[in-house]
Design a protein around this ligand. Structure first.
Ligand SMILES: [Zn+2]
Ligand SMILES: [Zn+2]
Length: 372
């Protein structure tokens, strides 16, 4: 592959400040590194938080974009051997750049790596950390020696391949962490991309009753949840969630409850209420650093609930997510609603956050080759 000398990249300089720049590519790729041609970058809720400036610890200016899918444009010998990929291969790249040596890394918990300072991952390192090309809102990006990636078939469109993120989240949060098994009842609070990923994962795990909740404005997402395998959906603005779950389950309530809603704290209380005695509640939604009101300790104690926080996804869940996408077993492409070029990164973020009237998104990807 012949390489250009520069790359187009969206640079974030502060809160709600993005600009398109031409940045130089490094003239050589080290033995343990690679250069990725970005084919698509998925956008999730945390991208919008980053755009709003709600991650004040980030070293601006930087290139955002932490959900890359791309083609290996150049690769060092050691990296090619370690990662098992060659020039021209298409890969899904994990966000985090773990150190590999700290206690958590050694323990197989590299999501919690403490060996590198700050948030060490794609989309979060500054232009002042050489070579500066750490984000996927760009035509090309640098792949560091600590990269974790997954080869994926070129038969999958790149913007669909970026769904390895929400599907991976569903596999880890709705199945692996709570131990969801054949015959289980699971309640998934929130029908966004990660809620829908949870539906696919729960169905794949053999859950026999999958219930998904949403707001009235989520009608389209709830319909898709049913199409993907949810047995029941509940509009929490029109129906009493706890009463409905009790009715559907004949009073047994849910073996597993997963909260993937953002901002609102109410679902945390509801999760505890719809979990059965001895059930498991997985908390995956970030709530803007606020405490949960009306949280009754005694209900958790009396029901002997297992409550688990989950932060991010790892190899263990991403690998089956990539294979599930390749299998074509589920109409995963229906999650993807918008493809936009780099020039419209800001618009993409605003659409995701429902700031653009008339646009309703589930999953959005930036595709550098898309037409502006
Ligand atoms: Zn993300
Ligand atoms: Zn580490």
């Amino acid at each position: 592959m012949s390489l250009p000398s520069h790359t187009k990249a969206v640079v974030q300089t502060g809160a709600r400040a993005l600009e398109l720049r031409e940045l130089p590519l490094p003239d050589r790729v080290g033995p343990e590194e690679a250069l990725l041609r970005v084919d698509a970058c998925g956008i999730c809720g945390s991208d919008f938080e980053q755009y709003q400036g709600l991650m004040p610890f980030l070293p601006f200016p930087l290139i955002p974009g932490h959900e890359p899918v791309g083609t290996i444009a150049a690769i060092g010998e050691a990296a090619a051997q370690r990662w098992g990929v060659a020039e021209g291969d298409r890969v899904c790249v994990e966000t985090l750049l773990p150190c590999g040596y700290c206690r958590q890394c050694r323990d197989g918990q590299y999501r919690l790596c403490s060996g590198r300072r700050g948030l060490s991952g794609y989309g979060y390192l500054g232009l002042d950390t050489p070579p500066g090309l750490w984000g996927a809102y760009a035509e090309y990006m640098h792949l560091d020696a600590h990269t974790v990636l997954h080869k994926i078939s070129k038969a999958i469109a790149p913007e669909i391949a970026t769904l390895f993120n929400p599907i991976g989240a569903g596999i880890r949060w709705a199945v692996q962490v709570p131990g969801t098994k054949v015959g289980d009842t699971i309640v998934i609070l929130g029908p966004g991309q990660r809620g829908l990923g949870s539906v696919i994962a729960a169905r794949e795990a053999g859950a026999s009753c999958i219930i998904v909740t949403g707001l009235s404005a989520d009608e389209r997402k709830l319909a898709l949840a049913r199409e993907l395998g949810a047995h029941h959906t509940i509009d929490v603005e029109r129906e009493d969630l706890v009463a409905r779950v009790r009715e559907i389950t004949d009073g047994r309530l849910a073996d597993v409850v997963v909260d993937v809603t953002a901002v609102s704290n109410e679902p945390v209380v509801q999760a505890i209420d719809v979990a059965r005695r001895g059930g498991t509640v997985v908390l995956a939604g970030m709530k803007g650093q606020r405490p949960v009101e009306n949280l009754y300790n005694d209900r958790i104690v009396a029901k002997e609930l297992t409550i688990r926080g989950v932060f991010g996804v790892d190899f263990h869940a991403y690998e089956p997510a990539v294979r599930l996408i390749e299998s074509g077993k589920y109409p995963i492409e229906k999650l993807h609603t918008h493809t936009l070029p780099l020039e419209q990164a800001e618009r993409a973020l605003q659409i995701l956050a429902r700031e653009v009237p008339g646009e309703e998104a589930i999953h959005i990807a930036l595709v550098p080759s898309a037409r502006a």
